[in-house]
Design a protein around this ligand. Structure first.
Ligand SMILES: NC(=O)c1ccc[n+]([C@@H]2O[C@H](COP(=O)([O-])OP(=O)(O)OC[C@H]3O[C@@H](n4cnc5c(N)ncnc54)[C@H](O)[C@@H]3O)[C@@H](O)[C@H]2O)c1
Ligand SMILES: [Zn+2]
Length: 310
């Protein structure tokens, strides 16, 4: 793979670059979403070591270990100015077409989106700030606290980080439901108050999954409760809204995150959240490793987060 430095349009002075370390990677044919029109570098969860800094960067120095927030917002639109920069229409997000991702040996990124890691937080944990941010953002949006009982439907990486975040926000009880026994076992090991195995006898179709899980969430919510819709499968769904309205249940959309890295890093530094058990597989960056890593990750099950160490 070629070095994926982009020309930064005269803004190099505010950029921090870091070296991750390998040169050649043959991209394999895989199932690509229709949004992907041409070959591109994937990846949006990463941490690394600063290799070079722009002349105006004062907050970071060569050798610093940093976790990267992957989205560059325009900083000019009304949403950015309002602080809701995750909703910026001009967002350039690692690995989101057409922006190249961070599974590369070097990346140039704004210094303001590189967060220094404390000594007791590893690079791997730093990379986990990205998925953890989704859970933190959902908990913030839903005002999760010591009086909130939480039900999480889907015990994949995102469900699990959301559970960890909910506990860190003070939730006394987090119940996790999934169709997959292995995933539920993981949730239990990570401290789920209880687990529920949903019948796998549902039509295998993402839309169906989303309808079912959203309907279940809406029905399970108490009056005055909140339902966060994090899962992005399916563009439309049929759900029992009338009953929801009568219960005054709030439906909360979740799109990525904003201003979450400092809090995630603090949760990791203080040990309030331990993401280590979510890193189930580790690979190097050889052709063989890469093939095995993608294969492992595509099967789900016991594979939660599959890490590349470059
Ligand atoms: N909103 C956002 O910003 C954001 C960010 C990241 C991921 N996501 C979305 O979050 C979702 C979860 O991500 P992930 O990486 O954990 O995915 P994943 O596919 O690894 O995990 C999903 C889990 O849900 C379980 N599941 C499927 N159908 C179910 C059902 N009917 N009842 C209960 N459990 C069921 C699966 O067995 C699996 O364990 C995806 O849709 C992803 O696109 C959203
Ligand atoms: Zn903007």
């Amino acid at each position: 793979m070629e070095d994926n430095r982009e020309r930064m349009g005269g803004q190099e002075e505010n950029m921090a670059a870091w070296l991750l370390g390998i040169k050649n990677l043959k991209i394999l044919p895989y199932h690509l979403p229709s949004l992907v029109k041409q070959p591109m570098v994937i990846g949006h969860e990463c941490a690394g070591v600063i290799e070079e800094v722009g002349s105006e960067v004062t907050s970071l120095a060569v050798g610093d270990r940093v976790a990267l927030e992957p989205g560059k917002s325009c900083r000019q639109c009304s949403l950015c100015k309002d602080g809701r920069y995750n909703l910026c229409p001009g967002m350039k997000f690692f690995g989101s077409p057409p922006t190249n991702g961070c599974l590369a040996n070097q990346v140039v990124h704004p210094a303001s989106l590189c967060y220094k890691l404390p000594e007791n937080v590893s690079l791997e944990e730093g990379a986990m700030c990205e998925p953890l941010s989704v859970g933190v953002h959902a908990c913030r949006r839903a005002s999760v606290g010591p009086e909130t009982n939480v039900l999480i439907i889907g015990s994949g990486p995102i469900g699990l980080v959301t559970m960890l975040a909910a506990y860190a926000f003070g939730a006394p009880r987090v119940v996790v439901a999934d169709v997959d026994k292995q995933r539920l076992h993981k949730a239990q090991g990570l401290g789920a108050s209880s687990i529920i195995q949903v019948s796998p006898n549902i039509e295998v179709c993402h839309d169906q999954y989303n309808h079912k899980t959203m309907s279940t969430a809406l029905k399970a919510s108490r009056s005055g409760g909140k339902v966060c819709l994090i899962g992005l499968a399916g563009s439309e769904m049929t759900v029992p809204l009338t009953a929801v309205s009568a219960k005054e249940v709030d439906i909360i959309g979740i799109f990525r995150y904003r201003n979450t890295w400092p809090l995630c890093i603090d949760f990791l530094r203080t040990g309030k959240i331990n993401v280590e058990p979510l890193i189930t597989h580790r690979f190097g960056f050889s052709q063989k490793d890469i093939e095995e890593a993608f294969e492992t990750s595509s099967h789900g099950g016991s594979a939660i987060k599959v890490m590349f160490n470059l």
